[in-house]
Design a protein around this ligand. Sequence first.
Ligand SMILES: [Ca+2]
Ligand SMILES: [Ca+2]
Length: 449
Amino acid sequence: MAIDLCNKQEQMRIVGNRATLANPFEDALEGISVPLDVLSANQREVVELAYYSALIHPNPLMHVVGDPAAWESNFGHALDRVAVRLDSRPNEVLRHQAINHPDPMMREQALYEYADRNNDDAVELLSYVVEHDTDRQVRWDALWAIEKLGGIRAIQALKRFQQDSDPEIAEWSKLFIGELQTGEPSFDQREGRSTPERTFDETIFLLIHCDLYIRLSQSNQHWGKLSLAPEGLARVYGRAHACPNAKTRERQLVIAKQISGLHADQSLHIDNYLFRGFTERTRDDRGNFYFESHVNRPFYVSGKADDPSSGVQDSHIGFMREGCWYLDSRLKIPQADGEADAIRYVRGRFQGWGYTNLENLQGKSLDQILTPGNGILSTLHDPVAGPMTNVFISGTFKGKLNDWDNDGRLDLNSRDVYSTAEGEVDTNMDGIPDQAGVACCDLGTRLGV
Ligand SMILES: [Ca+2]
Ligand SMILES: [Ca+2]
């Protein structure tokens, strides 16, 4: 998530009808002060964006006016300042692979790494990919990276795609522009539809980005960083959907995860997480939430999901997610006693623990490392997994409703997720668990052991 720290330090004040900008080219104390009405429309947009975004997002400026205990204690940000990039590919290699690598996941991984380095032409490269890439997920993830870089250039770049022929690309652009300008997402006016006989009222496809901070020495003085783009994360840790039911969504939620390409028989690896927490509902149209999961999981000592070669330890995995969802009063979910407004969009951040087998990484290229299941979640509260835990996972997520079947209507719950309402594995999606209380597909059962 450290890409989010880029370009956020514009020094800007508006006092009365004058704008004062710190001079970015010198250490001069004197800034540039101009009356607002002499600025061109474009200049005024730059000034107002910097000013209002500073008001909306207080953190970047809080170190000058507030208690650092409250605003400077983010552990991921502290690690980001000292961690060594594990992806050492030169910039020109990243640029080339972002456009030319045959695997969309690797194109995106190169693109995100390039953006994370905050290279001068990052927005241009991201825009080029949005315009030319053939994979729509790479395209909308590139839009998201533009939003993360932020600033006026990002808004100008996003505006180019508001009328894209792919309605989801167009809507993501509009949504991100809204967030950058006002802190609030904007949406188009499409209608929605529900799929009957499904376990969940909604199945929201998530974009997830994270930084993996890897503890490299016992002295705690050496840290590595790998920035994982959404498609890379989906391949290694699994594709995730947020699955709320209107009746219970303020207290619990399932994140249904599936990994392709892990099982030899090509079946999906199912890995569901039940989260519980609080939601603040003082407004009709949104909910701020803080949720945690605490789920029973096999911990594979090999560091690879489903690989019992080094032993398996029964453990409990904790994970945190917090953020905000936005309801759309035009999209109704049928309920037994009437109807409820659907969540149109959710965003937030998450963190947890992981284990990566460093010996297995040595001498390997990134595409050999970013393989299904090759990296697992972990816990510190276990006699075996605890001392092995070596990754701090810190990231952000976004998900909105999409029109998956191109009928012009948003699909609230059409995505296939293999979970009961309580997060148990349900491979035939009839609401009844394969095995009561089991939230992750069981290797022994699959092998018939
Ligand atoms: Ca549809
Ligand atoms: Ca079932």
